[in-house]
Design a protein. Structure first.
Length: 158
Protein backbone atom coordinates (compact mmCIF):
# COMPACT_ATOMS: atom_id res chain seq x y z
CA UNK A 1 0.00 0.00 0.00
CA UNK A 2 2.76 2.35 0.79
CA UNK A 3 4.40 1.77 -2.57
CA UNK A 4 1.21 2.85 -4.35
CA UNK A 5 1.02 6.14 -2.41
CA UNK A 6 4.69 6.70 -3.08
CA UNK A 7 4.15 6.27 -6.82
CA UNK A 8 1.19 8.63 -6.80
CA UNK A 9 3.07 11.31 -4.92
CA UNK A 10 6.00 11.12 -7.32
CA UNK A 11 3.77 11.36 -10.37
CA UNK A 12 4.36 14.66 -12.21
CA UNK A 13 1.41 16.55 -13.60
CA UNK A 14 2.23 18.39 -16.79
CA UNK A 15 -0.13 21.15 -17.85
CA UNK A 16 -0.37 21.97 -21.50
CA UNK A 17 0.10 25.79 -21.62
CA UNK A 18 -0.56 26.17 -25.35
CA UNK A 19 -4.36 26.71 -25.08
CA UNK A 20 -3.90 29.23 -22.26
CA UNK A 21 -1.32 31.20 -24.25
CA UNK A 22 -3.59 31.10 -27.32
CA UNK A 23 -6.50 32.50 -25.29
CA UNK A 24 -4.29 35.22 -23.81
CA UNK A 25 -3.03 36.35 -27.23
CA UNK A 26 -6.55 36.25 -28.67
CA UNK A 27 -7.81 38.46 -25.84
CA UNK A 28 -4.86 40.83 -26.27
CA UNK A 29 -5.50 41.16 -30.02
CA UNK A 30 -9.23 41.62 -29.43
CA UNK A 31 -8.71 44.48 -26.95
CA UNK A 32 -6.04 46.17 -29.07
CA UNK A 33 -8.32 46.12 -32.11
CA UNK A 34 -11.27 47.57 -30.17
CA UNK A 35 -9.52 50.28 -28.18
CA UNK A 36 -10.58 53.89 -28.72
CA UNK A 37 -8.23 56.59 -27.54
CA UNK A 38 -10.22 59.49 -26.14
CA UNK A 39 -9.37 62.95 -27.34
CA UNK A 40 -9.04 65.65 -24.74
CA UNK A 41 -12.42 67.32 -24.37
CA UNK A 42 -12.42 71.08 -24.12
CA UNK A 43 -8.70 71.39 -24.57
CA UNK A 44 -7.29 74.88 -24.72
CA UNK A 45 -5.38 75.67 -27.91
CA UNK A 46 -1.82 76.68 -27.14
CA UNK A 47 -0.21 79.27 -29.35
CA UNK A 48 3.43 78.39 -28.82
CA UNK A 49 6.25 80.42 -30.37
CA UNK A 50 7.34 79.08 -33.73
CA UNK A 51 10.64 80.95 -33.96
CA UNK A 52 12.37 79.05 -31.11
CA UNK A 53 12.71 75.44 -30.15
CA UNK A 54 13.36 72.21 -31.99
CA UNK A 55 11.25 72.90 -35.08
CA UNK A 56 12.09 76.57 -35.37
CA UNK A 57 10.99 78.14 -38.61
CA UNK A 58 11.87 81.67 -39.64
CA UNK A 59 9.16 84.23 -38.97
CA UNK A 60 8.11 85.86 -42.23
CA UNK A 61 6.64 88.97 -40.73
CA UNK A 62 7.58 90.47 -37.40
CA UNK A 63 4.33 91.12 -35.58
CA UNK A 64 4.16 93.78 -32.93
CA UNK A 65 3.64 92.44 -29.46
CA UNK A 66 1.79 94.76 -27.10
CA UNK A 67 2.78 94.22 -23.47
CA UNK A 68 0.02 95.06 -21.00
CA UNK A 69 1.02 95.08 -17.34
CA UNK A 70 -1.75 95.06 -14.75
CA UNK A 71 -1.11 95.71 -11.06
CA UNK A 72 -3.37 96.31 -8.13
CA UNK A 73 -2.67 99.56 -6.32
CA UNK A 74 -4.18 98.52 -3.02
CA UNK A 75 -4.75 95.18 -1.38
CA UNK A 76 -8.29 94.03 -2.17
CA UNK A 77 -10.75 93.37 0.62
CA UNK A 78 -12.73 90.84 -1.38
CA UNK A 79 -13.97 89.02 1.73
CA UNK A 80 -15.88 92.14 2.66
CA UNK A 81 -19.46 91.74 1.37
CA UNK A 82 -19.65 95.47 0.59
CA UNK A 83 -16.49 95.47 -1.56
CA UNK A 84 -16.98 97.02 -5.02
CA UNK A 85 -14.50 97.01 -7.89
CA UNK A 86 -13.18 100.48 -8.79
CA UNK A 87 -11.25 101.34 -11.90
CA UNK A 88 -8.80 103.58 -10.04
CA UNK A 89 -7.53 100.64 -7.95
CA UNK A 90 -5.61 99.08 -10.84
CA UNK A 91 -2.48 100.32 -12.55
CA UNK A 92 -2.43 99.60 -16.31
CA UNK A 93 0.71 100.07 -18.38
CA UNK A 94 1.02 99.51 -22.12
CA UNK A 95 4.58 99.21 -23.42
CA UNK A 96 5.75 100.80 -20.15
CA UNK A 97 3.47 103.84 -20.43
CA UNK A 98 1.12 104.31 -17.47
CA UNK A 99 -2.49 104.94 -18.48
CA UNK A 100 -5.14 106.90 -16.61
CA UNK A 101 -7.91 104.28 -16.75
CA UNK A 102 -9.80 101.80 -18.91
CA UNK A 103 -10.99 104.45 -21.36
CA UNK A 104 -7.44 105.69 -21.90
CA UNK A 105 -6.34 102.06 -22.24
CA UNK A 106 -9.03 101.42 -24.85
CA UNK A 107 -8.09 104.43 -26.98
CA UNK A 108 -4.39 103.49 -26.79
CA UNK A 109 -4.83 99.89 -27.92
CA UNK A 110 -7.43 100.86 -30.51
CA UNK A 111 -4.82 103.13 -32.09
CA UNK A 112 -2.26 100.33 -31.99
CA UNK A 113 -4.73 97.91 -33.56
CA UNK A 114 -5.60 100.34 -36.36
CA UNK A 115 -1.88 100.77 -37.10
CA UNK A 116 -1.21 97.03 -37.07
CA UNK A 117 -4.33 94.81 -37.16
CA UNK A 118 -2.27 91.63 -36.63
CA UNK A 119 -0.65 92.82 -33.42
CA UNK A 120 -0.75 90.47 -30.45
CA UNK A 121 -1.57 91.48 -26.89
CA UNK A 122 0.15 89.85 -23.92
CA UNK A 123 -1.16 90.40 -20.39
CA UNK A 124 1.24 90.43 -17.48
CA UNK A 125 -0.87 90.40 -14.31
CA UNK A 126 1.12 91.43 -11.25
CA UNK A 127 1.07 89.89 -7.81
CA UNK A 128 -2.27 90.49 -6.11
CA UNK A 129 -4.14 91.22 -9.35
CA UNK A 130 -7.68 89.93 -9.23
CA UNK A 131 -9.45 87.92 -11.88
CA UNK A 132 -11.94 90.75 -12.42
CA UNK A 133 -9.05 93.15 -13.17
CA UNK A 134 -7.87 90.87 -15.96
CA UNK A 135 -11.42 90.41 -17.26
CA UNK A 136 -11.97 94.18 -17.50
CA UNK A 137 -8.72 94.60 -19.45
CA UNK A 138 -9.51 91.65 -21.74
CA UNK A 139 -12.98 93.08 -22.43
CA UNK A 140 -11.38 96.34 -23.56
CA UNK A 141 -8.94 94.40 -25.77
CA UNK A 142 -11.84 92.53 -27.36
CA UNK A 143 -13.73 95.79 -27.84
CA UNK A 144 -10.66 97.10 -29.70
CA UNK A 145 -10.86 94.01 -31.99
CA UNK A 146 -7.83 92.17 -30.65
CA UNK A 147 -8.18 88.45 -31.32
CA UNK A 148 -4.82 87.16 -30.12
CA UNK A 149 -4.60 87.80 -26.37
CA UNK A 150 -2.26 85.71 -24.24
CA UNK A 151 -1.21 85.61 -20.60
CA UNK A 152 2.38 85.67 -19.44
CA UNK A 153 3.61 84.30 -16.16
CA UNK A 154 4.49 86.55 -13.28
CA UNK A 155 7.82 86.03 -11.50
CA UNK A 156 7.48 84.86 -7.91
CA UNK A 157 9.36 87.86 -6.51
CA UNK A 158 7.24 90.53 -8.20
Amino acid sequence: MSSKNKEQSEAVFVLDMTPMIDCTFNLLIFFLCNINFKLLEGKIPAYLPKDVGVNASPVDKQLEKIEIHIRRGSAPAVKDSKWVWHENQIDIRVQGKKLAGLQDFYTTILGVHKANPEAKATLYPGKGTLYIDCVKVINECLRANFVDITFAGTPMDS
